[in-house]
Ligand binder design. Structure first.
Ligand code: CA
Length: 232
């Protein structure tokens, strides 16, 4: 049985993008544009597979994500909930966490981070296989849910952005990823932003995963373009 995600999001483009990314990780996804239909589903009034994770937008056209969350928790349903909130909506975040949301992300967020958070929640809830998945680059094992990497018995911690960058390159391993794409997806910056931040982060990651950071085997520079990860 694959992990089933119930996604409640009224912005169709975002919902499609999220569904695509979850599906390419092997999850099944069911999108609800309105809280009412998601609630009916969660309360068992409409049929469907058991839900392992709820990804819940707070701002919805009918009942809000927070109302939905409150009613679901009132009924004793403890499926993990990852909330999606607007920027500058701290009150929603606090209210949502009080109502029993397990985690939240502020829009705009990057997809690798969303997937890492989803895996953490599934792992915590003892979810099905595929959750808490690690990946390997040479002799380094990356644990996205713990923000850690392990190499030769030593453990180092990663910041959220370092993990995000590494996860992005790993998801597209074997292919060159441009600096602009990285800036956009990891830092939410315009692709043409003039900054060395990507290169700085790459050199930090090389120190963590490369046997000889000066002669990279895994994290390759692609001249005048960006970077490519070779991980097999
Ligand atoms: Ca919305």
């Amino acid at each position: 049985m694959s992990t089933h995600v119930l996604l409640v999001e009224d912005e169709q483009n975002l919902a499609r993008g999220l569904a695509f990314n979850f599906e390419s990780e092997g999850y099944t996804v069911e999108v609800h544009e309105r809280g009412e239909s998601a609630l009916a589903r969660l309360l068992g009034e409409t049929a469907g597979p058991d839900v392992d994770l709820i990804v819940l937008d707070v701002m919805l056209p009918g009942i809000s994500g927070l109302d939905l969350l409150e009613r679901v928790r009132e009924r004793g349903i403890d499926t993990p909930v990852l909330m999606l909130t607007a920027r500058d909506a701290e009150r929603d975040v606090i209210h949502g966490l009080d109502l029993g949301a397990d985690d939240y992300l502020t829009k705009p967020f990057s997809l690798p981070v969303l997937l890492a958070r989803a895996r953490t929640l599934l792992r915590r809830s003892g979810g099905p296989a595929g959750s808490g998945r690690t990946f390997r680059i040479g002799d380094t094992v990356v644990h996205p849910d713990r923000f850690e990497i392990e190499r030769g018995g030593a453990i180092a911690s990663l910041t959220a952005r370092e993990l995000d960058l590494l996860a992005l390159l790993w998801e597209r391993r074997g292919r060159a990823v441009s600096r602009g794409q990285i800036l956009q997806e990891v830092w939410d910056l315009h692709p043409e932003t003039r900054t060395r931040v990507v290169d700085t982060f790459i050199s930090r990651l090389r120190k963590l995963i490369e046997p000889d950071p000066g002669r990279p085997q895994y994290l390759h520079s692609v001249r005048a373009f960006g970077y490519r990860l070779e991980a097999d």
